[in-house]
Design a protein around this ligand. Structure first.
Ligand code: KIV
Ligand code: NA
Length: 275
């Protein structure tokens, strides 16, 4: 399994870091087989696999449950788990206990928190307790209500300056890595140059130290809105739909199952069964 030291080295060597989300055993297993560097158990699972319309309803219990499944599927991959909405804006004791559960029960190697100065104390406390922390800036979906929608962040001088400062603050607080979501590519590049920790972009251009995408977006398996920054590498929805329709039609026509998928018993036993 790669470690924080490896990610630091990858940044130094200019080797891109590949991160992908996974929420369950099969997706985690396939991600590990594809040799990705990091799996993110993102709270995007609320929208992608639980059918909520934001990440707000996702709980610590949900994240523990899904992290456990991902860990079973990817025993040798570094797993980052999102701390869900309001699970790290409560008292520090409660925050530490939530973090403990995600690591100890869930099996996460690191935790991700959204935000800047307001989470710096939490980042330092978690790091001091031995939990590596990934920061998340730019479009921070847990604050969608405050941001007023899912939009590109840091497009003007004022907000760009603030983002650069925020990035430097979370690094100073001890973050091991920074996810930058939905920012202009020039800002993605600038922040990547200014920081000594690796940056992972999603909609942040090609110059960040790594990239992350949502598993279901990559393979088109699901029903969420697909943002501009997503590239689709397969269409699993249509494969599944075709398979399910074919199954349905074959059952309706009694074309399934044939002998190939049936079991038989010996003739004499059948006769005595009839008596
Ligand atoms: O929850 C998630 O999938 C994320 C990534 C989009 C970075 O936070
Ligand atoms: Na997230």
């Amino acid at each position: 399994m790669k470690t924080t030291t490896d990610f630091q080295k990858m940044k130094a060597n200019g080797e891109p870091i590949v991160m992908v989300t996974a929420y369950d055993y099969p997706s985690a297993r396939l991600a590990e087989e594809a040799d990705v560097d990091i799996i993110l158990v993102g709270d995007s699972l609320g929208m992608v696999v639980l059918g909520y319309d934001s990440t707000i309803p996702v709980t610590v219990d949900d994240m523990v449950h899904h992290t456990k499944a991902v860990r079973r599927g990817a025993k040798n991959t570094f797993i980052v788990t999102d701390m869900p909405f309001m699970s790290y804006h409560c008292s520090i004791d409660e925050t530490m206990n939530n973090a403990r559960r995600l690591v100890q029960e869930g099996g996460a190697n690191a935790l991700k928190v959204e935000g800047a100065k307001e989470v710096c104390y939490t980042i330092s406390r978690l790091t001091a307790a031995g939990i590596p922390v990934v920061a998340h800036l730019g479009l921070t979906p847990q604050s969608v209500g405050v941001l007023g929608g899912y939009k590109v962040q840091g497009k003007d001088l004022e907000t760009a300056k603030k983002l650069i400062e925020d990035a430097q603050e979370v690094e100073k607080a001890g973050a091991m890595m920074l996810v930058l979501e939905c920012v202009p590519k020039q800002l993605g590049e600038m922040i990547t140059e200014k920081l000594s920790i690796p940056t992972i972009g999603i909609g942040a251009g090609n110059k960040t130290d790594g990239q992350v995408l949502v598993y279901h977006d990559i393979i088109q398996n699901g029903f969420g809105h697909v943002p501009k920054f997503v590239k689709r590498y397969a269409n699993v929805n249509s494969s599944i739909r075709n398979a399910l329709e074919e199954y349905r039609n074959e059952v309706k026509k009694r074309a399934f199952p044939t002998d190939e998928h049936s079991f038989t018993m010996k003739e004499e036993e059948l006769l005595s069964l009839y008596g």
